[in-house]
Design a protein around this ligand. Structure first.
Ligand code: ZN
Length: 142
């Protein structure tokens, strides 16, 4: 199953197009959490990518001031993704209903890793082959 967990309790499953939240979440917290997770669904992105941040900022222009604040936080430089992080992201993308072609997956991973495409290829030359292996393992079973 493809999902992201923010903290421990908020889960978005891009594969199932569903958002799960803790049952006792209520009021403003529930509303903001659902909007946050819907940004993941809208962008088809499990991470807090530039595309995701743009979607948060779009909410901000609609009056959701907290979304602008979150966008600011996610725009701060992050610790670089480790190889394990990248492999996890790849598995999530490969398990989505419509896995992207390698070119799109590579661009997404490079962006999340904060690398240019050239830097990404140099740092992770083996990942393209791994991507195709992952897709081979995720063919619909019928
Ligand atoms: Zn999130």
């Amino acid at each position: 199953m493809s999902y992201e967990i923010d903290g421990v309790v908020y889960v978005v499953s891009l594969r199932q197009d569903r958002v799960y939240v803790r049952a006792d979440l209520a009021g403003e917290d529930a509303r903001k959490t659902l909007l946050h997770e819907m940004c993941h669904v809208a962008t088809g992105c499990t991470g807090h990518s530039q595309e995701f941040i743009r979607e948060l900022r779009r909410l901000g222009t609609l009056g959701e001031r907290w979304a602008n604040h979150e966008a600011d936080v996610f725009s701060q430089p992050q610790a670089p993704l480790t190889r394990d992080d990248l492999l996890e992201r790849m598995e999530e993308m490969a398990a989505s209903p419509k896995p992207p072609a390698w070119a799109a997956a590579r661009q997404h991973l490079a962006e999340e890793a904060g690398l240019s495409l050239l830097q990404f290829d140099r740092a992770h030359p083996e990942l393209q082959r791994h991507w195709h292996q992952l897709l081979g393992c995720h063919q619909p079973s019928g």
